[in-house]
Design a protein around this ligand. Structure first.
Ligand code: ZN
Length: 156
């Protein structure tokens, strides 16, 4: 029984793209009031030369723009939330796209009644206050390019 499990696990590993990475530097700080959230994280990655990493954060936004990938038509639809919201969770990864650091992040936001909204973080989300932890990794480069199956820029 355990032999079967082992061989099943090794078969799966062949089909899943996984790279071994090691934690490198960790940064912790606050972002600028009024700046674009996605652009500011991207700029930080460029400044710190982070090509492989992760980001997480909490705080608040003045307004938000989040994406939902419509799989039927294979394109993003954007939701604009033109009011103040809490960032209950921001999580993302950093890899390379077109040879530059690219931040892929998702965000969950809540309103004054505690209702939550979430999606793919897009440009147009303005920071009220945001505390982040940004971590870089050492390891092989991960590059995004067009994936025929999904229509998304994935790690290929
Ligand atoms: Zn996404």
């Amino acid at each position: 029984m355990s032999e079967n499990k082992t061989s099943l696990a090794s078969t799966r590993l062949i089909t899943i793209m996984l790279k071994s990475i090691k934690p490198s530097k960790m940064y912790m700080g606050k972002l600028s009031h009024g700046s674009d959230l996605l652009e500011e994280i991207t700029d930080l990655c460029i400044e710190k030369n982070i090509k492989l990493g992760r980001v997480e954060g909490i705080g608040a936004v003045q307004k938000a723009r989040i994406g939902y990938y419509n799989q039927a038509v294979r394109e993003y639809q954007y939701i604009e939330l033109d009011h103040a919201l809490e960032i209950t969770k921001l999580i993302g990864n950093i890899s390379l796209k077109d040879k530059a650091p690219f931040v892929h992040a998702h965000i969950t936001l809540s309103d004054k009644k505690g209702n939550a909204f979430g999606g793919h973080l897009a440009q147009g989300t303005l920071i009220y206050a945001c505390e982040i932890m940004l971590q870089s990794f050492e390891g092989p480069e991960l590059t995004r390019s067009y994936d025929e199956v999904t229509g998304l820029p994935l790690w290929l």
